[in-house]
Design a protein around this ligand. Structure first.
Ligand code: URA
Length: 443
């Protein structure tokens, strides 16, 4: 492997020779490339970008550096990735609902990142839920139940682990090709037939403008396509929080409501939309309309809830705790010491709900982390009574903050400012802004 040549290709805008790039990634995984060498390459890609062929080789080699789940012939193997939002609890419902529709869903997920929540932190709010599954345990769980949700671990794409840690300390995190390979490699290692990507844009998203979101979506779609995975990216709005609950345990409560066929229409719509796209990609006789119908059916007839219960038991929760969780989730999950409500100071219409400010306040009270080893408080978060576009009356409750320590005066003021009301009517948030698709045939 000739690092000078790889870097020169990147700088000149040429594709990198595939064998040399593959050797570089292999040596990253085995520790045969020094941090200085890897950093030179990362900085070059960060500055100049790279060709789609390079992204495919890079991603493929990241997958090859670790365990790769393989599946016997059978139902389609599918998953979703979200770039992260506030109140984004979709995976908790999507995995069991897709399993109820007959798919296999070996979902790898992460912990909260920055202001956004993580699926693993939400599941770990359930007493006994074990997210630390080995690749063999994931396969076993999917064979038994149809789905599992496990935390990303060193067995999967270890080359990404090495490069990600270096990106973190060399200011090279925000690079579309590097984000692409990092995300797609972990999904490809699951042995997927189809993937739906939820790329969020707005004031509470990492990709704040729709141009940035579109660039990342396009890059991930073409790279996943190059690895033989049918992929659809949905670019969705992320300035308003999703659904009615924000915070780890509170989002479990909302997810159970939706799995009962009830709950927030906003949350249900995103689950149905993501699942519908996956069913359409993997079944010749299913279009998105029929895919959505099947998702709605399993949310309404209790099949998705049954799969959720089975997944909880398979992943370590006692059956009697699961029974209670489904019927009276608060009794199992607990409640924060304080609940502070905000009432409307005038009548009118909700103009906005500031997801970013909500997430920052919840994080400051322990719902999220600032350092990797911080322990999250599962009970901290928000319950929303209103969403953008709703009409409100004077003194109507707008939201309740669940917290464990007293609020400062400044935090009280901030809480009052999270929901803005005006005399004008505002349209409710439309989540789906754009869809980008690929339909490759599997090699
Ligand atoms: N999530 C990942 O897994 N990798 C990135 O590079 C960014 C977000």
């Amino acid at each position: 492997m000739n690092l000078d040549h790889l870097v020169a290709c990147i700088e000149q805008g040429d594709a990198q020779p595939a064998e040399q790039l593959a050797a570089f990634v292999q040596q990253v995984a085995t520790g045969d490339v020094t941090h200085e060498e890897a950093t030179r390459w990362l900085k070059a890609v960060h500055q100049h970008g790279c060709h789609v062929e390079d992204k495919i080789v890079l991603t493929h080699q990241m997958v090859a550096s670790g365990a790769h789940l393989t599946w016997p012939d059978g139902p389609p193997v599918v998953d979703k990735h979200s770039t992260g939002g506030v109140g984004d609890k979709m995976s908790l419902m999507l995995a069991p609902a897709l399993a109820a529709c007959g798919c296999r869903v070996p979902m790898l997920a992460g912990r909260g990142l920055g202001h956004t929540g993580g699926t693993i932190d939400k599941l770990e709010a359930i007493p006994g839920f074990n997210c630390s599954l080995t690749p063999d345990e994931m396969v076993e769980a999917v064979e038994q139940v149809g789905c599992c949700i496990a935390v990303q671990n060193d067995a999967i794409a270890p080359a990404d682990g090495v490069l990600y840690a270096l990106r973190d300390v060399t200011d090279t995190i925000d690079s579309v090709p590097l984000i692409t390979a990092s995300i797609v490699s972990k999904k490809a290692a699951e042995g997927l037939d189809a993937l739906v990507l939820d790329v969020k844009t707005g004031t509470a998203a990492f990709m704040q403008t729709s141009e940035q979101a579109r660039e990342l979506a396009q890059s991930m779609v073409e790279t996943a396509h190059g690895l033989g995975i049918q992929t659809t990216a949905q670019i969705t709005a992320m300035s308003e929080p999703i659904g009615t609950h924000v915070g780890n345990a509170l989002e479990v409560i909302e997810s159970i409501e939706v799995l009962h066929g009830e709950g927030s229409p906003d949350t249900r719509e995103l689950v149905v939309m993501q699942g519908g796209a996956l069913l359409a990609m993997t079944h010749d006789d299913v279009d998105e309309h029929e895919g959505r119908r099947r998702m709605e059916q399993v949310l309404d007839n209790g099949r998705a809830l049954e799969k959720f219960a089975a997944m909880c038991v398979q992943q370590g929760v006692k059956p009697e705790v699961v029974d209670q969780l489904l019927m009276a989730p608060k009794d199992v999950l607990g409640q924060a010491a304080f609940q502070t409500s905000v009432l409307a100071s005038k009548s009118g219409y909700v103009a906005s709900v500031d997801a970013m400010a909500m997430a920052n306040l919840a994080r400051a009270h322990g719902a999220g982390r600032y350092n990797l080893d911080d322990v999250v408080d599962p009970l901290v978060g928000f319950v929303l009574n209103v969403a953008k576009g709703d009409e409100v009356a004077l003194n109507q409750p707008l939201l309740t903050f669940h917290h464990q320590k007293a609020l400062t005066d400044e935090e009280h003021r901030l809480l009052q400012s999270l929901v803005t009301c005006s005399d004008e009517h505002h349209e409710p948030t439309t989540r789906l802004l754009e869809q980008i698709e690929s339909r490759p045939t599997k090699p």
